[in-house]
Design a binder for this molecule. Structure first.
Ligand code: 3PG
Length: 213
């Protein structure tokens, strides 16, 4: 049986971001990540064809993936990516109506938070898992430690400025659900079709996280 989102993040707490307009390259990138051990993938909706790339991954990619949509800014967009098959939704900030929609639809939603007020608002809406964005600029590990001492039930997905260099310190925190980031899918590697580089970066991240936990 396919493992759930939470089981996969517990095993490999890293969510790579794909920002790729070309559907064929998006599929190959997703497969390269899965080959390296990362099977939970966020496709960011930052360009006109990004949703087609996500649809192609869902339809064609091998590797038993869980595929979500990131950079979802409006309720209409959330409904649209959901209709396309997105298995989770990520936003750069907390939009109440997207949160309410996702809770009603029972689809995991990770809104960006960077202040205690935002985390508390997410908590009040019923969310127990949020993105922490932009992680490095929002105070990094010390800020997450401060949040965790207050928001005991909340778990965080730090994203924005996370890389192989600081992944270990984030995933070592019990309150960190997973780290997100684009460092696993460098544009130069995708552009020249160097998918083995992406698999190597994914394997490296899996190893770093395993050692840190
Ligand atoms: C996001 O979409 O969450 C961030 O833009 C990713 O940030 P990164 O490029 O520093 O990983």
């Amino acid at each position: 049986m396919s493992k759930s989102l939470s089981e996969r993040l517990a095993a490999a707490p890293v969510v790579p971001l794909i920002g790729e307009d070309d559907a064929g390259r998006a599929v190959k990138t997703a497969e390269a990540l899965a080959a390296g051990g990362l099977s939970v993938i966020e496709v960011v909706m930052r360009s006109p064809d990004a949703q087609k790339g996500m649809e192609a991954i869902l339809a064609e990619a091998t590797g038993d993936l869980i595929v979500g949509a990131g950079t979802v800014l409006t309720l209409d967009q959330a409904k649209s990516v959901r209709a396309s098959g997105a298995q989770f939704i990520v936003s750069p900030e907390l939009v109440d109506e997207i949160a309410e929609y996702c809770l009603a639809e029972n689809i995991p939603f990770y809104p960006g938070t960077m202040t205690a007020g935002e985390v508390q608002r997410a908590y009040a809406l019923g969310l127990r898992e949020v993105k922490f964005f932009p992680a490095s600029l929002a105070g990094g590990v010390p800020m997450l430690k401060a949040f965790s001492s207050v928001f005991r039930e909340m778990r965080f997905m730090p994203t924005g400025g996370v890389s192989a260099a600081n992944l270990a310190e984030f995933v070592a925190l019990p309150s960190v659900l997973a780290c997100g980031g684009s460092w696993l899918t460098p544009k130069e590697a995708v552009a020249i079709g160097d998918y083995s580089k992406i698999t190597t970066l994914a394997s490296e991240a899996v190893a770093i996280a395993a050692q840190a936990r």
